[in-house]
Write a protein that binds this ligand. Structure first.
Ligand SMILES: Cc1cc2nc3c(=O)[nH]c(=O)nc-3n(C[C@H](O)[C@H](O)[C@H](O)COP(=O)(O)OP(=O)(O)OC[C@H]3O[C@@H](n4cnc5c(N)ncnc54)[C@H](O)[C@@H]3O)c2cc1C
Length: 497
């Protein structure tokens, strides 16, 4: 409990450690940052600020997120694409799970119902799980900046005195254990249900928050499904039982057995998309993943539902998933909230990551966008000459257009993909599907006549981060307009001929 426990972190070679030591006139020297939340955005922000010489205190309401805990009930998978990896590179850190030289690369995903693989656009990608990512980043933060960054675990934000610049934290298990931390700037990276955001909404005129979409599904995680050791059917008197067992390994399990760990994610959806199972193969050769559904069923019902909704999911896996995700065990976690803030700051306070621009997991952009925000914050410090009175508002001006554009694209994808028709969603669904179809039409035509390098150019540019997201959004609408023009010409031609 409390500050980070002692642990074995390899010391830095002297040369690298000297290179990381900020110069004597570093702008942040002698100034104290408080970061709320030790998720990916919190730790990457802490590292980028430590590089500028700031002393950073990170407060996290949960315990130390060790790698060992990743194989427990709380972690889930996420895909890091080049847009999200670049800010990590900028910190100088080399976290094991997404190291350019050591971590396995990811290729894409498999739709296990159709057996089709969807390869993601070129560029470095890693499938990581949330707890391992957080843990590896913290290890790197301590290795590189152990003298400037301090982590306090089991410390939950209770309140902020904006005038006196003091934040109060408590031990979630014992709220009488309170701790005050003064700050020169407070950075809220406390996730989609942010307390910092709630406090700003309460106390700062003009700070408005709107929930644009709330998914009705919840998820639970499961771990350790067998692949190479998939159990043979119960023993028979058959002499050739071992050959029989070999051939009885379901083809899905056999296929995954041929892949490297973290190479693909594997998705099983029910036809109505009301149950979804997503998993990946970890270094231990076993499958870990999550089950998303609208309701929480007991083990036996869960297994029956999986058998009916995802019949291609191998029987042994269905059994183990049901045992781990039945309602008697872990509590379901909600996900899939698009929350929009009118601004990302208050007086000497900044909110970044899911705290200021959460999305659903439909486009898989939440973490990537959160990490981009860390990089944008560091750039804002540089642009403002580390004037902490100017940084907060300048950050909103610099970051909101792109972060809101990600949310707009996400919302479009949600309405195009997520089932559930209602009167309020109908216009949004029609709009999203029309824009996507027209843009696809124009992309195909422009690719054929050599005006675009690929028919999925925008999609690739989005993942690779070669264009700002607001430009992607604008170009999508330009392509849709061009598609509408091409369609009109075609209809006109048909009518005239
Ligand atoms: C099922 C699922 C799949 C996803 N897939 C992808 C994907 O493929 N690609 C992608 O880019 N993103 C994905 N995401 C989104 C991604 O996980 C988040 O966007 C990302 O974790 C956001 O990082 P963050 O640091 O801003 O917030 P978080 O990761 O939520 O971290 C916030 C931290 O703050 C702590 N905290 C909260 N309140 C307090 C408090 N009061 N006091 C102190 N600490 C507090 C929390 O314990 C937590 O550690 C997925 C999300 C889910 C749920």
């Amino acid at each position: 409990m409390g500050t980070a426990p002692a642990q074995t972190i390899e010391p830095l070679p002297q040369q690298l450690s000297d290179a990381l030591e900020p110069p004597a006139d570093a702008p942040g020297l002698g100034r104290r940052m408080v970061v709320v939340g030790a998720g990916p955005a919190g730790t990457v922000t802490a590292m980028l600020l430590a590089k500028r010489g700031y002393t950073v205190e990170v407060f996290e309401r949960r315990g130390w997120p060790s790698r060992a805990l990743a194989a427990t009930l709380h972690s889930y998978i996420l895909a890091l694409t080049p847009r999200g990896l670049e800010p990590i590179v900028e910190t100088g850190a080399d976290p094991e799970c997404c190291s350019a030289s050591r971590a396995p690369r990811s290729v894409g995903m498999f739709d296990m119902n159709s057996g089709r693989s969807l390869r993601m656009p070129p560029g470095r990608k890693h499938i990581v799980d949330r707890v391992t990512l957080a843990s590896d980043l913290i290890d790197e933060a301590l290795r590189l900046h152990g003298n400037r960054i301090t982590f306090h675990f089991d410390r939950q934000l209770q309140g902020i005195d904006l005038e006196r610049q003091i934040a109060t934290f408590a031990d979630p298990g014992n709220s009488s254990l309170q701790l005050e931390a003064s700050y020169d700037l407070l950075i809220g990276t406390d996730g989609a249900s942010s307390t910092v955001r709630d406090i700003l909404q309460d106390k700062v005129p003009g700070f408005r928050v709107r929930t644009l979409f709330q998914a009705s599904m919840c998820y639970k995680t499961f771990h350790g499904l067998p692949v190479d050791d998939y159990p043979a059917p119960s023993a028979t008197n058959d002499e050739s039982s071992s050959a029989h067992a070999q051939s009885a390994v379901p083809s899905e399990v056999a296929l995954i057995g041929t892949h490297n760990c973290r190479e693909f994610t594997y998705n099983w959806r029910s036809p109505k998309s009301d149950v979804m199972v997503s998993m990946w193969k970890a270094e231990d050769g076993r499958m870990h993943g999550l089950l998303a559904a609208h309701d929480d069923l007991a083990e036996a019902e869960q297994e029956r539902r999986l058998a009916a909704a995802t019949p291609k999911l191998p029987a042994e896996w269905r059994r183990q998933i049901a045992a781990q995700t039945g309602s008697q065990g872990q509590l379901p976690s909600s996900f899939g909230k698009i929350v929009r803030c009118s601004q990302f700051h208050g007086p000497r306070v900044v909110v970044i990551g899911d705290a200021s621009h959460s999305v659903t997991s439909t486009l898989g952009q939440g973490c990537v966008t959160a990490l981009e925000s860390c990089s944008a914050l560091a750039a804002t410090f540089a642009a403002c000459g580390d004037d902490l009175d100017r940084v907060p508002a300048a950050f909103t001006r610099a970051r909101a257009p792109d972060a809101h554009a990600v949310q707009d694209l996400e919302l479009m994808q949600v309405h195009a993909m997520v089932p559930g028709l209602s009167a309020w969603r109908l216009p949004a669904i029609l709009y999203a599907r029309t824009v996507k179809a027209l843009a696809l039409l124009a992309s195909l035509v422009f690719y054929k006549i050599g005006l675009l390098p690929s028919s999925v150019y925008l999609y690739s540019a989005f993942f690779a981060g070669v264009l700002p997201v607001r430009a992607i959004k604008r170009n999508l609408h330009l392509l849709a307009a061009a598609g509408a023009g091409l369609l009109t010409l075609f209809v006109w031609y048909l009518l005239l001929s």
